[in-house]
Design a protein around this ligand. Structure first.
Ligand SMILES: Cc1cc2nc3c(=O)[nH]c(=O)nc-3n(C[C@H](O)[C@H](O)[C@H](O)COP(=O)(O)OP(=O)(O)OC[C@H]3O[C@@H](n4cnc5c(N)ncnc54)[C@H](O)[C@@H]3O)c2cc1C
Length: 256
């Protein structure tokens, strides 16, 4: 009897505490910032870093459970830009040569210097997140922005977001929509409707033999992709990302 009673009391107390905690948490997360960045991809994180570095109070909302949980790139970039961002050398494989393949031809443009690179994407995004956070930006993961808030003059004054089961009301002076394809803010404002043209891709990272680590390859023509191109991007010795992209609405085929 005593045992049953104490367990019940304990559970009741726990329940009350949980409600109280949720309530306090909710109050705590009624947030205010100067700049709200929606989307923790490369664009959002870079913008957050620059704004925080300039002394502004910055909050980033990312809907995924971690930065770089889902990736929407093969990670090819240009070395000049990557160096400007201060990305460490160990985060990419430098590329010197560019190989283009069509059904009837193949050419390789060989460079003297490394101009391009294939990034370790997760490390790079997390590095960008760290830059932003170190400069003072607050990064909220698992925080899905649902809609914009406007004042009586129809000026944007913030957003409503969902973090677990908690609704956040975040007010700000400026919003940066860095949600990529989603474009949630632009959609909410009616600036973006249905995308008329876009690309969809599928990619595997796998073990490869006889891989030239300094050369990336692009393949064009219907035998590789119905509308778009395929690629082989070496990431390190014996490893490459191999993928195919399809342009919509030119083709109804799916890459996966
Ligand atoms: C198959 C394919 C291959 C590509 N390869 C390359 C390449 O090699 N090199 C290159 O430069 N580009 C490549 N791209 C383009 C690439 O997608 C973009 O360069 C890059 O991802 C754009 O970054 P971003 O930060 O603008 O958007 P994204 O990377 O799309 O980031 C948007 C972020 O916003 C978050 N988000 C979305 N909605 C919400 C919401 N409501 N609330 C909170 N967060 C939200 C998402 O979770 C995501 O983290 C490729 C694209 C495709 C389709």
């Amino acid at each position: 009897m005593f045992y049953k009673y104490s367990v019940k009391t304990f559970l009741n107390e726990l329940y009350v505490k949980e409600i109280l905690w949720d309530f306090l948490y909710f109050l705590y997360l009624l947030k205010k910032c100067d700049i709200l960045v929606v989307g923790g991809g490369p664009a959002g994180l870079s913008a957050a870093f620059m704004a925080a570095k300039a002394g502004l109070k910055v909050t980033v909302c990312e809907k995924d459970k971690s930065i770089a949980q889902n990736i929407r790139t093969s990670g090819v970039s240009w070395l000049n830009e990557i160096k400007k961002l201060g990305i460490p050398d160990s985060f990419y494989n430098p590329i010197k040569n560019f190989n283009f393949v069509s059904p009837s031809n193949e050419i390789t443009i060989s460079g003297k210097n490394y101009e391009s690179c294939v990034l370790d994407i997760r490390q790079t995004y997390q590095y960008l997140a760290n830059l932003a956070a170190t400069a003072g930006a607050e990064i909220l993961i698992n925080t899905n922005v649902l809609q914009v808030n406007k004042d009586q003059n129809k000026r944007l004054v913030g957003v409503v977001a969902k973090q677990n089961n908690i609704i956040l009301d975040i007010s700000c002076k400026l919003i940066i929509d860095a949600t990529g394809f989603n474009s949630i803010i632009a959609r909410n404002l009616g600036l973006v409707k249905k995308w008329e043209r876009y690309g969809v891709g599928c990619e595997f990272e796998c073990y490869c033999e006889n891989l030239d680590i300094e050369t990336w390859t692009l393949m064009v023509g219907k035998i590789y992709s119905p509308a778009g191109y395929a690629w082989i991007f070496p990431t390190s010795k014996n490893r490459a990302r191999i993928g195919v992209g399809v342009a919509k609405p030119e083709s109804q085929e799916e890459p996966f």
